[in-house]
Ligand binder design. Structure first.
Ligand SMILES: NC(=O)c1ccc[n+]([C@@H]2O[C@H](COP(=O)([O-])OP(=O)(O)OC[C@H]3O[C@@H](n4cnc5c(N)ncnc54)[C@H](O)[C@@H]3O)[C@@H](O)[C@H]2O)c1
Length: 345
């Protein structure tokens, strides 16, 4: 296949990141945009690609090799199924759906049709994460025991003018941001089998949470804590430090601390801390800055999507995998609302 023809459904904030990724990527071209918004029509016009108000009209008029879906969450499943029923592979933004029941409809559709779906947990394609995963798999931490994650962000007031951003259990940082941490920690440490949580909406006073804390128990016995807020002016989050999305500044700060019996890794700097001799808190540790080949995770994700279109690979993040992430986020909401620790089996 010479050029992968990609159509985009939903040209909002992240949709525009996908557009610039497609435009920069050799071997890929943008062939159409579907989005009822006038801004999307202007973007399509400026790029000289056809614009459609309805994704169904677009799918009936254009024959893309693959579709990227970056609509509001509630449309993810139905729009994806419309693509799968036409045999078109999908790169679907996270979260896979707003509810686990809805996500399961897509699991069934993707498994019945056999048409590939990749869910956009793009961090898995980040070279820093790939290097951290290799270090952990090669034993740099010894046995993974603990992780501490900070997700500190400030979303501006106009973000909350979009109605679904104010909706409880839909638009808040648990489902929008923390789900990336769940995917990442499952990728690095293995399956999560229990959660506890607290959440608060004290600052904005909206239905949706603005801050929270999550405790995760992994099947291997490791424990992780995540402190999250989208109403704090602080740089200690992956988004504010990793530099992977152009619209967010990349501060010289850290967000993730991964700790095991023999060492620790901090991210996104990819520093490895270990003892040279005795492993003891009385002994000084050495910090090694690990090297990796930098690269754009959205470009790598798109490249992987091309492999799925060509049927030469299986999705790195399948719908089933992304549905597990959603189950865990929903369990965190239940845990916070009931005060119970939730076992996930
Ligand atoms: N991977 C990431 O890091 C990341 C980052 C941001 C957002 N997201 C996800 O991407 C999705 C979009 O988020 P966003 O922040 O870009 O939202 P947004 O509100 O900026 O954009 C959504 C776009 O979808 C369009 N839309 C609405 N109804 C539509 C329809 N029926 N057909 C086609 N388009 C329609 C809107 O007009 C808008 O342009 C969400 O699911 C979000 O969780 C992922």
């Amino acid at each position: 296949m010479s050029d992968f023809k990609i159509a985009l459904i939903g040209a909002g904030a992240i949709g525009q990141t996908h557009i610039s990724t497609i435009l920069k990527q050799p071997g890929f071209s943008l062939v159409a945009i579907a989005d009822p918004g006038l801004n999307a029509a202007e973007i399509a016009d400026s790029l000289q690609v056809p614009w459609f108000a309805s994704h169904k009209c677009m799918l009936d008029s254009v024959q893309p090799h693959g579709v990227i879906i970056a609509t509001p969450n509630e449309l993810h499943v139905d729009v994806s199924i419309d693509c799968l029923n036409r045999g078109i592979p999908v790169l679907l933004e996270k979260p896979v759906a707003n509810t686990v029941g809805d996500a399961m409809r897509l699991v069934e559709a993707s498994e019945q049709t056999g048409v590939p779906v990749l869910v956009g947990h793009h961090r898995r394609h980040n070279p820093i994460i790939k290097a951290a995963k290799k270090l952990i798999d090669d034993g740099a931490l010894g046995r993974p025991v603990m992780a501490s994650v900070s997700c500190a962000l400030m979303k501006p007031a106009d973000y909350f003018q979009i109605p679904w951003h104010r909706e409880r259990a839909v638009g808040g940082p648990f489902l929008i941001n923390l789900i990336h941490e769940i995917d990442l920690l499952r990728h690095l440490y293995g399956e999560i089998d229990g959660v506890a949580a607290l959440k608060s909406s004290a600052v904005r006073g909206l239905d949706v949470e603005d801050s929270g804390g999550a405790l995760l128990h992994f099947r291997n016995g490791a424990i992780a804590s995540i402190a999250i807020s989208d109403t704090v002016a602080a740089p200690w989050s992956w988004d504010m430090t990793s530099g992977e999305v152009e619209r967010f500044p990349a501060h010289d700060a850290l967000s993730h601390y991964l700790c095991g019996t023999e060492g620790g890794i901090s991210l996104p700097g990819l520093q490895l801390w270990r003892h040279d001799g005795n492993i003891s808190w009385t002994e000084e540790m050495t910090k090694l800055s690990c090297t990796y080949q930098s690269g754009d995770p959205f470009a790598a994700q798109l490249q992987h999507f091309g492999e799925l279109i060509a049927r030469t690979a299986e999705p790195v993040v399948s719908v089933r995998e992304a549905t597990r992430n959603l189950e865990i986020v929903m369990a965190l909401h239940r845990a916070a609302e009931t005060g119970q620790t939730i076992s996930l089996g």
